[in-house]
Design a protein around this ligand. Structure first.
Ligand code: C5P
Length: 234
């Protein structure tokens, strides 16, 4: 199964993003995550431009709507030729099935489709008291991951510390995409459940999503190479 380091390009504008990616010209083209802020500010052109430069793209828009709307929106994203995109598993198995349908191209190929189980910003207490979900957060994550698998999705976004649990429940081939990555000698910022690229590899994560440890590093290319060395041993 493919494993890779994805850089979360959490920049506010196209210019900042392209200036950042210019640093990687001439070397390995990193897998890039584009989130809501950049996509809503710049629209599909930012995806086309980064794709034109040769980067694989994870478009992190976390769709969650009625199945028909998600199917049609996914058809649009599929036409953008992204490599990975995602939905909220809370939208139900039916919604996730519609996402797979919308994403699948005429030739049967499609980008990887990943589900968000519970956002890492949701505590167990809030989930139970505000959302009236009585199960434990771990049971919820496992159940949502199983729903995603049943709907034909490829994997889930989860904390690296949850990756082994998800693999046990859904199979080793079920993809885990894990943010919350920090170098051993760095600050946690606002992330709580964190681990290093090396430890994420040991746990069995397939893709690590790394933002500030690379984007805010004095030498982002060196920081990216450190991720590759620790996570992929290259
Ligand atoms: O800068 P940092 O490495 O914390 O960035 C992590 C990236 O992963 C951000 O784009 C953040 O929105 C995203 N993310 C996360 N936790 C999740 C889902 C996505 O940190 N559960």
């Amino acid at each position: 199964m493919a494993k890779d380091v994805i850089i979360a390009c959490d920049f506010a504008s196209k210019q900042q993003t392209l200036d950042f990616l210019d640093r990687f010209e001439g070397g390995r083209k990193p897998f890039v995550k584009i989130g809501m802020e950049l996509f809503y500010a710049e629209g599909p052109d930012i995806v086309r431009e980064i794709k034109r430069r040769g980067h694989p793209i994870f478009l992190d828009l976390k769709l969650h709507d009625i199945p028909n709307t998600v199917r049609k929106a996914m058809k649009v994203l599929s036409g953008l030729d992204v490599d990975m995109c995602n939905v909220h598993a809370a939208g139900t198995v039916e919604m996730m099935r519609a996402a797979v349908e919308g994403l699948t191209r005429a030739d049967g190929t499609r980008p990887l489709l990943i589900a968000v189980t519970q956002l890492t910003s949701t505590s167990e207490e809030r989930m139970q008291q505000e959302l009236l979900i009585g199960a434990s957060i771990n049971d919820t994550i496992v159940k949502y991951a199983q729903n995603a698998r049943e709907a034909g999705l490829d994997g889930v976004v989860c904390s690296p510390l949850e990756a082994a649990m998800v693999k046990d429940a859904c199979g080793q081939d079920f993809v885990t995409v894990t943010p919350g990555i920090r170098f051993a000698d760095a600050a946690a910022d606002d992330q709580v459940r964190i681990t290093t690229p090396a430890r994420a590899r040991e746990i069995g994560a397939d893709y690590i999503v790394v933002g500030r440890p690379v984007t805010a590093a004095p030498d982002p290319v060196a920081a990216y190479q450190r991720c590759l060395l620790e996570f992929l041993n290259i």
